[in-house]
Design a protein around this ligand. Structure first.
Ligand SMILES: Cc1cc2nc3c(=O)[nH]c(=O)nc-3n(C[C@H](O)[C@H](O)[C@H](O)COP(=O)(O)OP(=O)(O)OC[C@H]3O[C@@H](n4cnc5c(N)ncnc54)[C@H](O)[C@@H]3O)c2cc1C
Length: 359
């Protein structure tokens, strides 16, 4: 860091892409007093709005390496973020715990060993005939589900989170522009970013948080970066049976790899698919209904009352996400495949540290 620069308000940062990653970076960097502008042309239809918002940090079984380190950092930061964000919106909640269940005996044994090996992580083993699972096993008839409860994992509603971050960013005078950046170029020591309308935004730093489209603004060959699209579909199911009672289920659960969120006594959300494509396909929707040996009647495609999808970006040849300084004043924060909401605090912490090398 250039020691002569102490007034960060003179450093202009342009964040391209206002999904959860762009907003989280703006939130973290705003604490340092930078002059921040956030640009997005279509933030209502990004993958952040499609997300289920499940935070699975402690149930991650690989306990070393970069992915684990990012999860650890986010697990530490999320409770602090919630505390701050609740000052702006009391509706923001971190709904815990998270149930990870299976009817596969081998998988259950693995989960038990994992919970036993990590006694400090608030992981509790629950067997099929445990009273805690009574209502779950009743609703998922005949499947004998068992697994672990992770008391520190859970869910944040992405919609409420996005709304809250919008309020925070407004209160911190972050400028937002509803437009598309079509070109970025470095001239001398500054970055010139051209909007679709022709206007030029000048900044000392550009942070690319625009998922797959980051590749359209840089030369991917020069930096050896490859990203591929992964569609994720999710559905809301309405159980019209008279005595349906999804509210007796935990708020957030994962059964045989599929995530479920209880919305009301009749509604449940199930997600998500992994489709290596730009477009959702009907065929993959079946996965959301075929994750149990014995399927209860209500778990049926004809009960879909809402469905949606988002396009995530997955790095090829390296792990997700891509956090890189590409050159002086240019940072890439993209390639968030499955866990962008979970990893947002850890990644924006990385950006706020990395940025010191650029000023
Ligand atoms: C169905 C589904 C369920 C999911 N569930 C979970 C979950 O439970 N937990 C979890 O942690 N994660 C989940 N995810 C993953 C999570 O949604 C993503 O990892 C995360 O939203 C990525 O955020 P992002 O900001 O990088 O991308 P996005 O939200 O896609 O935002 C990128 C933004 O960049 C903008 N943009 C692109 N190009 C330009 C340009 N040239 N100029 C200006 N703006 C531009 C776009 O308009 C867009 O708004 C889920 C994803 C899906 C699809």
């Amino acid at each position: 860091m250039n020691k002569a620069i102490t007034n960060f308000s003179k450093i202009r940062i342009l964040i391209i892409g206002s999904g959860i990653i762009g907003k989280s970076n703006a939130f973290t960097l705003s604490n340092h007093g930078f002059d921040i502008t956030l640009v997005d042309q279509n933030e209502q239809h990004n993958s952040s709005n499609a997300a289920l918002g499940i935070l699975m940090g402690k149930v991650y079984q690989k306990r070393k390496g970069r992915s684990w380190a990012l999860r650890q950092k986010s697990s530490e930061l999320w409770p602090k973020w919630i505390k701050i964000l609740q000052n702006y919106n009391s509706k923001l909640r971190f709904e815990k715990p998270f149930f990870q269940l299976t009817n596969d005996l081998e998988k259950f044994k693995k989960l038990t060993t994992f919970a036993n090996n990590n006694p400090n992580d608030d992981l509790e083993t629950v067997i099929a005939n445990s009273y805690i699972l009574n209502s779950i096993n009743k609703i998922f008839k005949g499947n004998k589900l068992q697994g672990i409860i992770s008391h520190q994992d859970g869910r944040i509603s992405p919609r409420v989170l996005i709304e809250t971050l919008n309020v925070v960013l407004k209160s911190k005078n972050i400028k937002t522009i509803n437009n598309k950046i079509i070109k970025i170029e470095k001239i001398n020591k500054s970055w010139y970013s051209k909007l679709k309308t022709g206007e030029i935004l000048i900044s000392e730093i550009v942070i690319l948080c625009n998922s797959l489209d980051a590749l359209k603004l840089i030369s991917p060959e020069k930096y050896d970066i490859k990203l591929k699209p992964v569609v994720g579909q999710a559905v809301e199911i309405t159980n019209r049976e008279k005595n349906s009672d999804f509210l007796s289920l935990p708020k957030v659960l994962n059964i045989n790899g599929k995530n479920l969120i209880t919305i009301s006594n009749k509604k449940i959300i199930i997600g998500s698919t992994d489709e290596y494509n730009f477009k959702p396909e009907e065929f993959y929707l079946n996965e959301l209904f075929e994750f149990l040996e014995q399927r209860p009647n209500w778990l049926n495609k004809k009960n879909i009352t809402r469905k949606w999808f988002g396009i995530r970006s997955r790095p090829e040849g390296e792990g997700s996400p891509l956090l890189k300084s590409l050159e002086k004043g240019l940072i890439l924060c993209s390639g968030f495949y499955k866990n962008g909401i979970l990893l947002a605090p850890a990644c924006s912490h990385w950006v706020s540290e990395e940025i010191k090398k650029h000023i």
